[in-house]
Design a protein around this ligand. Structure first.
Ligand code: KG4
Ligand code: ZN
Length: 353
């Protein structure tokens, strides 16, 4: 097993993110200072299929990953040899897509003889807040709402966290994307539904709110998704009109009504006075507004990252990689990738070579 001189300050990490349809790379110093953050989005390519096609995503990552990494180094004005470690998302996500980014990163780490740091994608989303708020430190309650996940975690420390609840079926983003597709708005739908709903009447279409007995922090969004889709299909069959702005506003209200009280209840139960939000759905206007007013009322400090750091990016992976490294979670070339992985344990599955 190779041993590495442990460095804590001025630590330059190149991180690769390729868990879904963004090929991203970032160079960060000490987990907080973003020197570059390059994102290549494949959304245009997947749009014609109405969602992400895993095989196409992997192939596009292969074509783009070295280019994106080179750009990240150039923008950061950092030479390969100056890097202290290379990191990559190893899950959760699309396996083929993850393997492309992680193998590229492992190759770089091996060539440079620096550590390889595997990073959990959801831990990365949370870490986007360390980039956005330089003085933010755990402990806090985190809401992560994205296309693949909706969960609430108690983040005790940078690498110690506990999932308090999550979705039993669809993620919030998945529901937004499916409804948007049926409405003919295209992919990805969350941001488009958000924009469409501004000014709409959020009480126009009552939608179901799921409560899961005995699991106060769990979610279910499939009933909401099905109800909205049925509404649209029924209107189409009967030839009646649906006010799309009102429906979009009602959906956003239903999602934030499901999320806001659960996040506040989690903070109350754990007696934590800080909440951070993360993931693509954290960009949602209604959700942000609703959390802001609830936190003000309860005297809880709320961290709302800028929209640019809500969706997938490399900086969030570079930031979390620094803290995984400090905790000793460096891995070897045999590190695998995982479609699912609990947030509560590091994603490292082997020791450095
Ligand atoms: O975190 P992310 O970029 O990728 C995953 O890890 O899944 O999240 C993407 C999801 C998509 O479902 C997209 O529709 C949703 O985030 N999204 C939004 C908004 N912007 C992106 N959902 C609601 N409102 C938005 N403004
Ligand atoms: Zn994500």
């Amino acid at each position: 097993m190779r041993t590495y001189a442990r460095k804590v300050n001025d630590m330059l990490i190149l991180a690769i993110e390729s868990s879904c349809d963004e090929t991203a790379a970032s160079v960060c110093k000490d987990g907080r200072e973003v020197l570059s953050d390059v994102i290549y989005s494949q959304a245009d390519m997947h749009r014609e299929y109405g969602g992400v096609v895993p095989e196409i995503a992997s192939r596009r990552h292969v074509e783009k990953v070295s280019l994106v990494a080179e750009q990240a180094l150039k923008k950061a004005d950092v030479g390969m040899r100056q890097l202290d470690a290379v990191a990559a998302t190893c899950g959760p996500g699309l396996i083929g897509a993850l393997l492309v980014g992680s193998h590229f990163a492992k190759g770089c780490a091996m060539a440079l003889r620096v550590p390889f740091i595997p990073v959990h994608h959801i831990r990365g989303h949370i870490a986007a807040n360390y980039v956005a708020f330089p003085s933010l430190k755990p402990e806090f309650i985190a809401l992560v709402a994205s296309g693949g996940h909706t969960l609430i975690a108690h983040v005790r420390d940078y690498t110690q966290m506990e999932e308090l609840g999550g979705t039993r079926d669809d993620a919030a983003g998945e529901a937004f994307d499916k409804i948007s597709r049926v409405m003919g708005l295209g992919y990805p739908g969350g941001a488009m539904l958000d924009r469409l709903g501004q000014g709409g009447d959020e009480t126009a279409y009552p939608l179901p709110k799921a409560v899961i007995d005995g699991a106060p922090f769990d979610f279910s969004f499939s009933g909401l998704k099905t109800a909205a889709v049925n509404l649209l299909h029924n209107a189409q069959q009967k030839g009646t009109e649906i006010d799309k702005a009102d429906l979009a506003a009602s959906i956003a209200r239903a999602v934030s009504d499901a999320i806001t009280p659960r996040v506040l209840a989690a903070a109350k139960e754990r007696n934590v006075k800080k909440i951070v939000i993360a993931g693509g759905v954290a960009a949602n206007t209604t959700l942000r507004r609703s959390l802001k007013s609830a936190c003000e009322q309860e005297n809880i400090e709320l961290f709302l990252p800028p929209l640019s750091l809500c969706g997938d990016n490399g900086a969030m992976i570079a930031s979390q990689a620094y803290y995984e490294y400090l905790a000793g979670y460096v891995s070897g070339l045999g590190q695998n990738c995982y479609a699912n992985f609990p947030i509560g344990q590091p994603i490292r599955d082997c020791m450095p070579d």
